[in-house]
Design a protein around this ligand. Structure first.
Ligand SMILES: C[S@@+](CC[C@H](N)C(=O)[O-])C[C@H]1O[C@@H](n2cnc3c(N)ncnc32)[C@H](O)[C@@H]1O
Length: 216
């Protein structure tokens, strides 16, 4: 699959793409990530990508034309079932694990990062399939949100995790389920012991205990 990210701050993603599971998935060609600088698609000689809001008010608003042209250059338009376009937005619908599971099946996911006071509403009205928020708070830009969406999708791509079982029994895998607690050596630290059942070697008991913990 391909993940396109449209941003005014392409260098934000330098470290994001060069660490851990995301880096390995890219190296193993499990996913292609294109970071697209929206400014390249600005039409005037000053490469303007934002302007003052009609009606007045503080701050600047990202312009519609550069985003339109960036999507056009990728051959993308709203309504292509297999190639979804998402606008990051504090007023969007809530991004969650079930969204990630749907998105990972697609040919491409394109994420638009807003900035400043936001994005000309005509982008949401005409150019994207969904507006998504990653939580009930306001970020300075869509870049951290795009990173969250990208990371959540990539770890669901078969082969992206070192061990294929790592995706099983994770928090939010089924609605309402959370991960069971994990412990590693030493068996006791600072008088904080590991639960006896995990040291018992009894796999049925361990499985039952983990099951109970997941539903707490
Ligand atoms: C400073 S915010 C704009 C907030 C906007 N004025 C509002 O009140 O909804 C700039 C950009 O950050 C991104 N953003 C902010 N909060 C977000 C969130 N919770 N989830 C996803 N994106 C967010 C969006 O792309 C937004 O256009």
């Amino acid at each position: 699959m391909t993940i396109n990210i449209l941003t005014l701050f392409p260098h934000y993603f330098d470290s994001v793409l060069n660490e851990s599971i995301v880096k390995r998935a890219l190296q193993n060609n499990l996913v292609k990530v294109n970071i697209i600088d929206i400014r390249q698609y600005a039409q005037d000689k000053h490469k303007t990508t934002d302007d003052r809001p009609f009606g007045g008010g503080p701050g600047m608003v990202m312009k519609v034309e550069p985003i339109f042209l960036a999507l056009e250059s990728l051959g993308l338009k709203k309504g292509q079932e297999d190639r979804q376009i998402i606008l990051t937005s504090a007023k969007g619908q809530s991004f969650d694990q079930s969204w990630a599971k749907k998105l990972v099946k697609l040919e491409s996911v394109t994420i638009i990062c807003g900035h400043y006071e936001g994005v000309d509403e005509r982008v949401a009205e005409n150019l994207v399939d969904a507006e998504m928020r990653i939580g009930d708070y306001v970020l300075s830009g869509g870049e951290p949100a795009a990173n969250v969406i990208l990371d959540t999708i990539i770890r669901l791509i078969p082969g992206a995790l070192g061990n294929e079982d790592s995706n099983k029994n994770e928090s939010h895998d089924q609605a309402g389920d959370l991960a069971y607690p994990q412990y590693t050596r030493p068996e006791s630290f600072n008088n904080w012991p590991v639960p006896d059942v995990l040291l018992s070697g009894d796999h049925t008991k361990i499985a039952n205990w983990r099951d109970q913990q997941r539903k707490k």
